[in-house]
Structure formats: C-alpha cells, structure tokens
Design a protein around this ligand. Structure first.
Ligand code: SAM
Length: 245
C-alpha cells in the first residue's frame, strides 16, 4: 500500500502518501474542516447567486473537496446545479474509495461515492461529477475557453508535485476559467503566487479560521481578503521567481 489512513483533528480520516511523503489534508485543521473553510465556503459564497456552476477540483484524491461541496450546497438549501470535473492520476485509490471510512456528514453520499469509485462518473438532475483518470496537465486541455467558475487548486505541495504549480500550468487554467472565476489554494508561497500572477490572475490573501490562504481572480474585486501587490513583492524580493515547467 502506498498510503496509510490517519485520523485528523475534526475526527475525519485522511491519508498519508508514502510516495509524496505528504498528508492529503492538514492533520491539525481536520479534513472536512479544511475542505469546507479553505475551498468550499469562500468559493460557493462568492457564487451563491448562480444557478449552475462548473467546478474544477485539482485533484480528486479521496474527494473531500467535491463531496464537501455537495454537502454544503445541500445543507444550506442552495439552488445550484453543480458540474464537477476532477482529474486524478491514482486509479487504484479511486477504486478503493467505496471502502473508505468517510465522516458522517457524507453518509447521504454513499451511492454517489460508490458510483464514482466504480465508474468515475455520477449524474442526477442537480449534480454531475466526472473523475478524469490520468494526468491533470493533459485532462485540463480538453475544456473550452472560459468554462470554469470555480477552481480548487489542491495538489500536493510544489516541491513534490511541481507540474501542478508552474506558470505554464496556470496559463492553461487561466484559459479555461470564466471571467468570474474564483480559484482557492492553501499555498501562500511567493514562487507559487508568482506563477499564478504571471499567468494573469489577481491574488488576494484570506484567513478563514487560523491559516492564511490565497484566493485568485481574473478581475480585481472587493469580495474578501487583502489584495497582494505582486509587482511590489517582486521589487522587494529580487530573488523570488515563478515556477516554470
Ligand atoms: C493533496 S492530494 C488531493 C486531496 C484532495 N483534494 C482530497 O480532498 O482528498 C493530491 C492528489 O493529486 C494527485 N496527483 C498528483 N499529481 C497529479 C497529476 N499530475 N495529475 C493528476 N493527479 C495528480 C495525487 O494522486 C493525489 O491524489
């Protein structure tokens, strides 16, 4: 086995990857809490008046970001049709998810989890989810320009998962993002922010609970968070460079 199950602070289980030497979620924040506070709540709140959302979940892993999105929309009775697209390299992990011990919040999602774990696809009148088995870099090339309203950027960190943090990768993400896109990521590292900025995004710092995160937009806005002036950051830190392929 390439991973070990670990119980996090909020009681929900995550995995430790022996291949990447990293946890799938922050143990101290809790897997469900992390997913809700770092990704789902800021992004869905930003789009709470939309009737339909196209969401890119990078990458599926054990699926907390996708599953917490469905949970949050249902719990708050939001009338939003969700179309979720999520690449994942690790097919055997997806196949194992029907037996994963998920938190009680996800009990009502059992049928959806079984379908995704077996067929990589689920659809009903309010929800469509597709898991794209394979490399995310290839997967994102199939989408039309301006398609996504939300991007959850939740790869392993750039030192071990570099291909999902480069300027060229974010160029592709920028192309397939709508002008109203919001992209959430736990990373606040300057090289990562420079990669995102050089691809065309504006960057804001937001503190949902205790840890800072980055929210990224195509257009400047006054939604939440503090605007990060990346030009100024670069002037002050001449050594700082974006990550390139
Ligand atoms: C930090 S985990 C994602 C956690 C996930 N959001 C969740 O809630 O469980 C990163 C995931 O990215 C996958 N991954 C890493 N590089 C990838 C790539 N180039 N293409 C597709 N998936 C990749 C790993 O297999 C792993 O499952």
């Amino acid at each position: 086995m390439n991973y070990e199950v670990v119980t996090t602070q909020d009681g929900s289980n995550t995995l430790y990857s022996k291949q990447y030497n990293q946890h799938y979620h922050n143990i101290d924040d809790g897997a469900v809490n992390e997913s809700l506070h770092k990704h789902v709540i800021p992004c869905i709140s930003f789009h709470k008046n939309e009737k339909s959302l196209n969401i890119l979940d990078i990458c599926f892993g054990i699926g907390y970001n996708s599953l917490s999105t469905i949970y949050y929309v249902k719990k708050n009775n939001l009338d939003i049709k969700l179309n979720i697209y999520s690449p994942e390299l690790d097919e055997s992990l997806i196949n194992s998810l029907k037996d994963f011990n998920y938190p009680k919040e996800f009990d009502f999602l059992k049928e959806i989890i079984n379908e995704l774990s077996t067929n990589y696809f689920y659809e009903d009148e309010n929800l469509k989810i597709e898991i794209g088995i394979g490399d995310a870099r290839k997967y994102i090339k199939k989408f039309n320009k301006d398609f996504f309203n939300i991007v959850y950027q939740d790869a392993f960190s750039s030192d071990v998962n570099k291909e999902l943090w480069t300027k060229e990768y974010f160029d592709d993400i920028f192309k397939i993002s709508n002008k109203n896109v919001i992209m959430s990521t736990y990373s606040i590292a300057t090289p990562v922010r420079l990669s995102i900025y050089k691809a065309g995004f504006e960057i804001y710092q937001y503190i949902p609970v205790k840890r800072k995160l980055s929210l990224c937009f195509k257009e400047k806005q006054d939604f939440i968070g503090k605007y990060i002036d990346m030009e100024l950051k670069q002037q002050r830190n001449k050594e700082a460079k974006p990550i390139y392929d």
